[in-house]
Write a protein that binds this ligand. Structure first.
Ligand SMILES: [Zn+2]
Length: 459
């Protein structure tokens, strides 16, 4: 096994943990830092898109996690057979769920076909780390030109060079066969699940056309998935022959798709983009959602809250409207009201660790001692579901500390430091925690894991 590669992969994932952030104004305000964004609503939708395809492909339930990359170019890739990354840009450009499902089916074809060769992984990892600024250094990731190509701006050049270099050597010819096999597998999975292969063809055609006409910022997907005309032609023949060609996505799924796109546009789009897509005359739920989020981003708290109230009046059972309300209230310093909204949200989506984490943070932010036990409970529950959520570990450490439980406070601080990649401070906190926690308790054992991490990794 190539040790250098392993090390770099670890570095990459640590960097991702660091950038892991809930879709929020503050997370995206860290301009120039691109990474994974977390959002319950979108993650659940993607899981619903993928579940039937994964099953058809024989990919075990829960064995691949789908993560959302904050990047407006088109990309989707599986790195280590366990993680499928999809760019926000891929989702925002998709007219239908079927287009995304097609791409997921193609990627699943690579997984099931065992195409995750070291070269492919390295290329995906190179792209990933370049996007995160790990390889290029954060300085190379200058944000803000704002065009569709902005994310592939300076960072993208480095990615392209690295990828092309790799591709030039061995990958391209070798990949052709794999691409066609993945296309055929995708069509099979779509047939098995009675879904149309049209979205896959439309998407790949669009990418292939882009490749010829775009002058800047080629989508990274094209570098790992070459799309010569003969491949598109072969795909077209297969797609046209499908009995499900005319099959449509269920209306409910299309509606969730529209809400997802509106949410993403609200969070990452420029105001003029939002206004163009959703003029004020548009009173649909997606339009109001996008504007509520845009107002929140631009600190128009009252306008945002009024728009969210409207949404809640229309769909009071939607947990994500309550979540957004809680987020806006919390970030504008109204923690007590945020708690009320987030309790509603969590009640409607009890399995959502991210929402529980937010609720825990809101409880903590009230500054009321009587809320500490509740805060600790919600935050503990949240980290069990979302062990990579460092914000929640940080809050949990504070909540325990405020209650005088120093062992657990140190343990939580150790987890937080570990996720940031600060080994030294993780070890320091874990050592203190271990002295205070009951010997042999599950938490003490986890503190041991952190203490032993460095040595383990070298073996
Ligand atoms: Zn492919």
């Amino acid at each position: 096994m190539n040790q250098g590669w392993r090390e770099r992969a670890t570095l990459g994932f640590l960097a991702f943990a660091f950038l892991n952030a809930q879709l929020s104004q503050s997370a995206l305000a860290q301009s120039g830092r691109r990474g994974i964004v977390r959002d319950t609503e979108i993650e659940l939708l993607l899981r619903d898109y993928a579940a039937p395809i994964f099953q058809a492909a024989g990919i075990g339930k829960g064995s691949i996690r789908i993560a959302l990359m904050d990047d407006r170019s088109f990309n989707a890739f599986v790195t280590d057979g366990r993680r499928m990354f999809i760019n926000t840009g891929t989702l925002m450009d998709a007219k239908t769920p079927n287009e995304i499902i097609g791409v997921i089916a193609h990627e699943s074809g690579h997984v099931a076909g065992g195409h995750l060769t070291r070269q492919r992984e390295q290329m995906a990892a190179a792209q990933m780390m370049a996007v995160a600024g790990v390889l290029l250094g954060a300085g190379a990731m200058v944000a803000g030109s704002g065009s569709r190509g902005s994310n592939t701006g300076n960072g993208g050049v480095g990615v392209m060079l690295g990828a092309q270099e790799l591709a030039g050597r061995t990958l391209l010819s070798y990949q052709r066969g794999e691409e066609q096999a993945a296309d055929r597998a995708a069509i099979k999975y779509l047939e098995m699940t009675s879904q149309s292969p049209k979205g896959l063809l439309d998407t790949f055609k669009r990418l292939s056309d882009d490749m010829m006409f775009k002058t800047e910022g080629i989508d990274p997907y094209l570098m790992s998935h070459p799309m010569p005309q003969d491949r598109i032609a072969n795909l077209e023949t297969l797609v046209m022959a499908s009995g499900n060609y005319k099959a449509k996505d269920p209306a409910g799924l299309q509606a969730r798709h529209e809400m997802m796109k509106a949410k993403l546009l609200g969070f990452v789009g420029k105001p003029e983009e939002v206004n163009r897509k959703f003029p004020l005359s548009d009173t649909s739920l997606p339009a109001r959602y996008a504007h509520a989020i845009l107002d929140y981003r631009y600190k128009k708290t009252n306008e945002s809250l009024a728009a969210i109230e409207d949404l809640i009046r229309a769909r009071s059972e939607n947990p994500y409207f309550w979540e957004l309300k809680g987020q806006v209230l919390l970030e504008s310093g109204r923690a007590r009201e945020a708690v009320t909204a987030l309790r509603r949200s969590s009640g409607l989506a009890p399995d959502a660790g991210l929402i529980r984490g937010l609720l825990g943070r809101a409880l903590l932010a009230t500054g009321e001692e009587s809320n500490l036990p509740d805060a600790t409970r919600e935050l503990s529950n949240a980290v069990q579901r979302e062990p990579d959520d460092l914000e929640t570990w940080r809050s949990l450490s504070i909540a325990y500390g405020n209650q005088g439980n120093i062992g657990m406070a140190e343990y939580s601080a150790a987890q937080e430091a570990f996720l940031i990649g600060d080994q030294q401070s993780a070890v320091n906190h874990a050592a203190k925690a271990k002295k205070l926690l009951p010997p042999g308790s599950p938490t003490a054992l986890k503190a041991d894991d952190i203490l032993n991490y460095r040595t383990k990794r070298l073996n």
